[in-house]
Design a protein around this ligand. Structure first.
Ligand SMILES: O=P(O)(O)OC[C@H]1O[C@H](O[C@H]2O[C@H](CO)[C@@H](O)[C@H](O)[C@H]2O)[C@H](O)[C@@H](O)[C@@H]1O
Length: 188
């Protein structure tokens, strides 16, 4: 009897500890497989999208005769990722560099943040700002007085051409408008 209980108690503990170690080895194996799949995917992605810094000379050669336009992300690119989103400030050095880039190429900052918030951080005027993932776009502009001193301001670019300050995904406006109208009818 004693032996029997020992056996019963021993067997399950052996079985489960064996199974647990099998599961954990399995998990590690799965982890390694996932890692190598992700790594392979990342490497093939990297081939198609090489680092601009590492292939700078190649880019310049390929872009000969073309117009270079620079698109930048804000969070995690121009600023570090920090715990408080209101404190994702851009360093002075980064601001200087972005300013220099903008003097050489048309430069845009595209962000998931609101356009105002990104401008508050960057405060450079020669830049295109696309906030709310591109739904709200502002071009570099300056406001000048038109007509007599009482008349309204007009916003123009460096060439004096009037600037459209907001382009809220214009091609989607008809369907946005249609859906809004439907909502209004449904809610009435
Ligand atoms: O398109 P981005 O300019 O990269 O903006 C993406 C989101 O950035 C912000 O969140 C991220 O950065 C924060 C500050 O470093 C960090 O605290 C947060 O964990 C990150 O997700 C911003 O708050 C979001 O609104 C943007 O969509």
């Amino acid at each position: 009897m004693h032996l029997f209980f020992d056996y019963i108690l021993f067997f399950p503990s052996f079985f489960f500890s064996g199974r647990e170690s099998y599961i954990s080895k399995g998990n590690i194996l799965m982890g390694l497989l996932e890692l190598s799949t992700n790594e392979n995917e990342y490497l093939s992605w990297l081939k198609k999208h090489p680092s601009a810094l590492e292939t700078f000379d190649e880019i310049i050669v390929k872009a000969k005769g073309d117009k270079i336009v620079v698109f930048l992300d804000y969070d995690g690119t121009l600023s570090n990722i920090v715990p408080n989103p209101d404190e994702a400030f851009m360093s002075k050095k980064m601001k200087t560099v972005v300013g220099e880039v903008a003097r050489c190429f048309p430069t845009a900052i595209i962000s998931g943040r609101s356009r105002d918030k990104v401008y508050e951080f960057v405060k450079l005027d020669d830049i295109y700002y696309a906030g709310s993932h591109g739904l709200d776009i502002a071009a570099p502009f300056q406001c000048i007085k038109v007509g007599d001193s009482n008349s309204h301001n007009k916003c123009v670019d460096k060439n004096g051409d009037e600037v459209v300050l907001f382009q809220p995904a214009q091609k989607y406006l008809p369907s946005i408008y249609k859906n809004c109208i439907n909502d209004i009818y449904i809610n009435v």
